[in-house]
Design a protein around this ligand. Structure first.
Ligand SMILES: Cc1cn([C@H]2C[C@H](O)[C@@H](COP(=O)(O)OP(=O)(O)O[C@H]3O[C@H](C)C(=O)[C@H](O)[C@H]3O)O2)c(=O)[nH]c1=O
Length: 350
């Protein structure tokens, strides 16, 4: 039975991945290591918490002893490193924790995996370390063009730079030690269980609560939206068949401006939930510092090499997502009340 060590599995993408994997495979074991920061929530995993092949360990990926012990006690086959501080606005306010978790945490995980997997004749067969990264490492595009795996690294925010640094450490462990690794770089994810500090869940949450919808700058920045389950499928494929040492870009070809996203959410909620909601809730606020204009991924490599393509159109995905937040209002209230309100009040003073 293959053993997966999933880090950050109580977060948005990690928890969706664990549930996706248990649905797809009967004979796998998953160990979820999560520090349970503000963005991690074991409620996200309630469906699998009693699964006989699931284990949760509360630990920080920077904690050498804790991670070493996990490798000593388990013959881990795959590491999938989701654990990261991921919110750009937070990184602009305080970069340090981003450098610590995203860079040093990744290096600690690499060292522990290397110590467990390396033999006198190279690495044990069948092992793999997959680093879940982001298209933000490539920087920003103008109106045309796409990021490919060979686009130069040009990160702008402290968050993006921390992820790019981690990616370069992964490259070093492949080039220097021939460690079996892959890096995946995804575009903006959305879907159930995303913490409402990111654009889509924030706008849904605020709209439902009739709070202002803060749009940075002119609202014309573009992101390439990827439904989280399509991302999980891609990661599974890369673990199974990704060529060692390679990077795979994962994108949904769903480019939308921020203002389009916000208006789509308003329209859906107005039509299906509360007819009194209007676009008057939109407030254009001061732009994010160093705000990247456009992200767009070219996913040709993963499509051609591994046969991946996204299944969920943006129209279908956004409906499913809004519907999920509507049906899970208590999840949102439970996890977000204090942390969310504090952050919100600090930013928008409302
Ligand atoms: C929270 C917020 C955001 N925005 C704008 C800023 C961006 O142009 C866009 C999306 O922002 P968000 O913070 O949701 O995501 P990005 O900064 O694009 O980064 C995200 O996607 C990449 C791939 C990751 O790797 C990050 O982990 C993830 O956070 O909406 C607003 O206009 N108002 C708001 O209140």
């Amino acid at each position: 039975m293959k053993i997966y060590l999933v880090t950050g599995g109580a977060g948005f993408i990690g928890s969706n991945f664990i549930k996706y994997m248990f649905k797809k495979y009967k004979h796998i074991k998953i160990i979820n290591v999560d520090k349970l920061t503000y963005a991690g929530n074991l409620e996200n995993l309630k469906e699998v918490k009693n699964h006989p092949h699931y284990k949760f360990i509360k630990a920080d990926i920077c904690d050498k002893k804790a991670i070493e012990n996990i490798f000593k006690a388990n013959d881990i086959d795959y590491v999938i490193n989701f654990a990261a501080e991921s919110h750009v606005d937070r990184s602009i306010k305080d970069p340090s924790i981003f450098a610590k978790t995203n860079v040093l945490g990744t290096v600690n995980l690499l060292n522990c995996a290397k110590a467990a997997w390396e033999t006198n004749n190279g690495f044990k067969l069948g092992k793999k370390f997959l680093q879940v990264s982001t298209d933000e490492v490539y920087g920003s595009l103008e109106n045309t063009g796409y990021f490919t795996e060979t686009s130069p690294l040009d990160p702008h925010s402290p968050y993006a730079s921390s992820k790019a640094s981690a990616d370069l450490m992964i490259k070093a462990y492949f080039d220097t030690y021939k460690m079996p690794v892959n890096v995946t770089r995804c575009s903006n994810n959305y879907g159930p269980y995303q913490f409402p500090e990111k654009l889509i869940p924030l706008m849904i949450y605020n709209c439902l609560n009739k709070k202002i919808l803060p749009v940075y700058g002119d609202g014309l920045n573009i992101r390439d939206w990827l439904y989280v389950i399509d991302h999980c499928k891609a990661i599974d494929l890369v673990i199974e068949n990704g060529k060692l040492g390679e990077i795979y870009n994962i994108g949904g070809h769903n480019e939308r401006t921020n203002i389009y996203i916000v208006k789509t959410i308003i329209q859906y909620i107005k039509k299906n939930v509360d007819p009194t909601i209007t676009e008057n809730l939109i407030k254009f606020v001061e732009d994010r510092k160093g705000h990247d204009r456009r992200y767009a991924i070219d996913p040709t490599k993963i499509r051609n090499e591994l046969g991946w393509k996204p299944k969920t159109s943006f129209e279908e995905g956004i409906k499913k997502t809004i519907q999920w937040y509507l049906e899970n209002n208590t999840w949102l209230d439970n996890i977000t009340s204090k942390e969310y309100q504090d952050a919100y009040n600090k930013m928008y003073g409302n």
